[in-house]
Design a protein around this ligand. Structure first.
Ligand SMILES: Nc1ncnc2c1ncn2[C@@H]1O[C@H](COP(=O)(O)OP(=O)(O)OP(=O)(O)O)[C@@H](O)[C@H]1O
Ligand SMILES: [Mg+2]
Length: 205
């Protein structure tokens, strides 16, 4: 049975596709991996289209449970990249997800969606007791003096169902370059982005 990892947030532009595509490359080395692009924008799907070494990516934003029924036996890892809003696909995905990763930026304006997700998840945990929810701060300022991250940590600590990752993904050009070049930061020259992503992998696997 596949381990199902969903990358979601009700906000757009927080790095869901960045994390999903990088995870797809990382997990491909560990087992049979399927990336499900559940966003009508099809960013992950297009990212794969331009790759030389293709990954198994399907586009599916309706009837996710039906689509994935047979796939869970075929793959070791299934990644689901969702749209940045509440959707039928989001609710369906939550029922079968083992690990939910919520990327967020550190500003209060981005964090203010978390109470709503927390409420929504309380109902999901009743049916899906295995669900583990991680938050990763993404696009964080590289300035070590910025207090934003500490503020975010304090805010998130009020929600015990969320496990905040120690790893912080900073705002780094390599993440932007990788996605534009249809690559993962793991396939590019050594960089801080690569180190951070590897650190995150250890925490979530
Ligand atoms: N750590 C990072 N450092 C620098 N740029 C980043 C980082 N993470 C994401 N980005 C950039 O931010 C933008 C949005 O990222 P991405 O498309 O992954 O977000 P998303 O949550 O999938 O957005 P959407 O809700 O539109 O699907 C992209 O330009 C991406 O390259
Ligand atoms: Mg996206």
């Amino acid at each position: 049975m596949a381990l199902i990892i969903t990358i979601a947030n009700r906000k757009g532009g927080v790095g869901k596709t960045t994390i999903a595509t990088n995870l797809a490359v990382a997990l491909q080395n560990k087992g049979r991996t399927l990336l499900v692009d559940a966003d009508e924008q099809r960013s992950s799907f297009k990212w794969n289209d331009y790759r030389d070494s293709k990954i198994d990516v399907i586009s599916a934003h309706k009837n996710l449970l039906d689509v994935l029924e047979s796939k869970v036996k075929e793959y070791d890892f299934i990644l689901i990249d969702l749209a940045g809003r509440d959707s039928e696909a989001f609710r369906e995905a939550l029922l079968i997800t083992d690990k939910l990763i919520i990327p967020t930026q550190a500003s209060l304006l981005d964090l203010d969606v978390l109470p709503y997700i927390d409420e929504q998840l309380k109902k999901v945990y009743i049916d899906n007791r295995e669900l583990k929810t991680y938050i990763v701060i993404n696009k964080a300022p590289t300035n070590p003096r910025s207090s934003e991250i500490e503020q975010a940590r304090s805010y998130i600590s009020d929600y015990p169902n969320f496990k905040l990752l120690q790893t912080v993904l900073r705002d780094r050009k390599q993440f932007r370059d990788a996605i534009v070049e249809s690559k993962s930061v793991l396939e590019m020259q050594s960089s801080k982005a690569k180190d951070e992503f590897n650190e995150m992998l250890i925490e979530i696997l």
